[in-house]
Design a protein around this ligand. Structure first.
Ligand code: CU
Length: 330
């Protein structure tokens, strides 16, 4: 009986090499894609409160314009899960574009490990059963193989950890980007809806699930809301999160964002939507009996539409109590 056939070693080495090789291009991508181009803070959306009051018809016009921007259009849906979808939604932010290849690399690595272990099991079953190997060996140690099965997993883990930590610190928690946003929105989780504030624009509103009977044609069920979040395209959006009652989590798959909204804490994350359209997310911490009924809807628009939406939204949500809070806290 050969205890360490060279084919074992070859397979092990191959796995190790594959793990290292697979992680190499990832390092490069992570470096290239690291969004170092944090734009300088712009104050284009700064609100001037002392403008002359609008007439009723001007108000109506502004609100209608804002409503037109948020009107549902099935063609604009970008970030949502289709029935029988197997993979991620299309990546629409620099962070998600780095997460995807890492996910793929880890998938290849675990597939290789699973196949290797399966192969070993089959090999052992065939080769060392009672019939094929009636007289077993009596030794219990083999130094070489013990070193290999200790060192190889460590190397594989290091190969995964390096790109993973790189994404974590260079993309997710990049201080330079988070502290220089183009827009800040505050997200508050409630049982069971979200409320949003735009502190710099003085806009605040609640976002509730659209009831089945109110859905427009083709509007996705359990993902649509009455008031969607509107953000400009290709701008760094800082998201500050907290909750008013229990823990929630604000998750948007297409942007690679998932962050806890926790009572008594202020969490922070960011995204940069790279494509206009409608994106959906959901609360992703089991928060209570209506956990499944607090979706997130984000509409990404161009700068011009965003300015028009801000103008109309200020008027539309003017009677909202939360607005006073937003004004006080600004
Ligand atoms: Cu929740």
């Amino acid at each position: 009986m050969t205890h360490t056939p060279s084919s074992f070693l070859r397979t092990l080495c191959f796995t190790l090499l594959a793990a290292i090789v697979l992680s190499l291009p990832l390092h490069a991508t992570a470096q290239e894609a690291a969004p170092a181009d944090a734009p300088a803070a712009t104050a284009t959306t700064q609100a001037k409160p002392a403008e002359k009051p609008l007439t009723d018809s001007e108000k109506k016009e502004a609100i209608d314009a804002a409503d037109a921007i948020t009107t549902f259009d099935p063609a604009k849906q970008v970030g949502y899960a289709k029935p029988w979808q197997m993979y991620y939604q299309p990546a629409s932010s620099p962070v998600m574009k780095q997460v995807e290849p890492l996910h793929d690399a880890v998938l290849y690595i675990i597939t290789a490990i699973v196949l290797l272990v399966l192969g070993l099991l089959i090999y052992i079953c065939l080769k060392f059963n009672k019939r094929a190997n009636p007289k077993p060996q009596t030794f219990t140690h083999n130094k070489t193989i013990e070193i290999i099965w200790t060192v190889v997993p460590i190397l594989i883990l290091v190969g995964i950890a390096i790109p993973s930590l790189r994404i974590h610190y260079k993309a997710y928690n990049n201080e330079t980007i988070i502290s220089n946003p183009d827009l800040t929105i505050k997200v508050v989780g409630h049982q069971w809806y979200w409320s949003y504030e735009y502190p710099e624009q003085g806009i605040a509103f609640d976002s509730n699930l659209t009831a089945d009977k109110d859905l427009r044609q083709d509007e996705p069920r359990l993902l649509s809301v009455d008031n969607a979040v509107v953000v400009p395209v290709n701008k760094v959006v800082r998201v500050q999160l907290t909750a008013a009652d229990v823990m929630h989590a604000w998750a948007l798959p297409a942007f690679g964002v998932k962050k806890g909204a926790i009572p008594g804490r202020l969490n922070e994350t960011w995204f940069k939507a790279e494509k206009e359209g409608i994106y959906y997310g959901q609360c992703s911490i089991l928060c209570g009996k209506q956990h499944g009924f607090m979706p997130i809807k984000i509409i990404v628009v161009n700068d011009e539409q965003f300015a028009a939406w801000v103008k109309g939204a200020k008027l539309k949500f003017a009677s909202n109590d939360a607005l006073q809070f937003a004004a006080l806290t600004h």
